[in-house]
Ligand binder design. Structure first.
Ligand code: APR
Length: 248
């Protein structure tokens, strides 16, 4: 009788087009808190109070002061963990083409994956609300809040706030990759935020096998996932690669 890990490894070994969808859970072991569940950011900050574009435009100082400053410190010192490194290894093995990530921490690129779709943008860049000048988050000092551009405009992070559209290119590429993959790895996401949470459904409807890796059950676990591996993403991905290696 095959274990769940062996079943997942077999699906990956037989697959030609593999795509991953990742969420905040994959970065928890890098010191970045998730949004929901234990220690989640939304337990601390009401997202409609701090992460909605209308609130940011009305009171950028409050959002920078209370939430963005803390996020900058946390994200800037984060390094890829074994889950990120494992996905980079899967790409090297020719067993992962693209990562669709909801995360804004840039850790997949830092780990070495070469094709990462940033569904919710990236926290590493700021954009001036007035002249659209971009600068690196790393280079801005937050002694003055909110940070402002030389034109006097206020800088906003280059990520997608609630109330904003997903970048069109990210959305269309993700939909087509989800439609054409034969395995989707779904890692560290509560699968409740649309339209990202639609991608596993599109993949499933197109006949793909869904392998879910998450610390707790999600709306996908009992109805969409073909294999649900519950636990820490880094431990599971290490085991998955060890089991896969002899099969490829
Ligand atoms: N290993 C695996 N899974 C984990 C780990 C871990 N070490 N730690 C936490 N998790 C799981 C949690 O159980 C949870 O189901 O990761 C999931 C994280 O869910 P969320 O915090 O909701 O993150 P995500 O799904 O990425 O949220 C989607 O919501 O607020 C918006 O823009 C934000 O991109 C985010 C989107």
């Amino acid at each position: 009788m095959m274990t769940l890990i062996e079943k997942a490894a077999q699906y990956i070994a037989n697959a030609k087009q593999i795509v991953a969808l990742t969420g905040a859970g994959i970065s928890v072991e890098s010191g970045i808190p998730p949004f929901r569940g234990k220690g989640g950011l939304w337990e601390k900050f009401d997202p409609m109070e701090y992460a909605h574009i209308d609130v940011f435009l009305k009171n950028p100082k409050k959002v920078w002061d209370v939430m963005l400053k803390e996020m900058k410190e946390i994200i800037q010192q984060a390094k890829p963990n074994n889950a990120h490194l494992g996905l980079a290894k899967l790409e090297q093995m020719g067993k992962l083409k693209t990562i669709i990530t909801q995360n804004i921490d840039g850790l997949h690129q830092m780990a070495g994956n070469s094709d990462v779709i940033e569904f919710h943008g990236n926290f590493a860049w700021l954009r001036c609300l007035n002249c659209s000048h971009r600068c690196a988050m790393r280079d801005v000092n937050l002694d003055v809040i909110p940070p402002t551009c030389s034109c006097g405009g206020i800088y906003r992070p280059d990520c997608v706030f609630f109330g904003e559209m997903i970048p069109m290119e990210a959305l269309t590429r993700s939909q087509s990759l989800s439609k054409n993959c034969d395995v989707m790895l779904v890692i560290g996401t509560s699968a409740v935020v649309q339209p990202a949470a639609l991608m596993p459904m599109i993949a499933k409807d197109s006949g793909a096998k869904i392998i879910e890796i998450n610390a707790e059950p999600t709306p996908l676990t009992y109805s969409v996932s073909d294999v649900a591996l519950q636990g820490n993403a880094s431990e599971i991905i290490i085991k998955l690669i060890d089991t896969l290696q002899p099969l490829v």
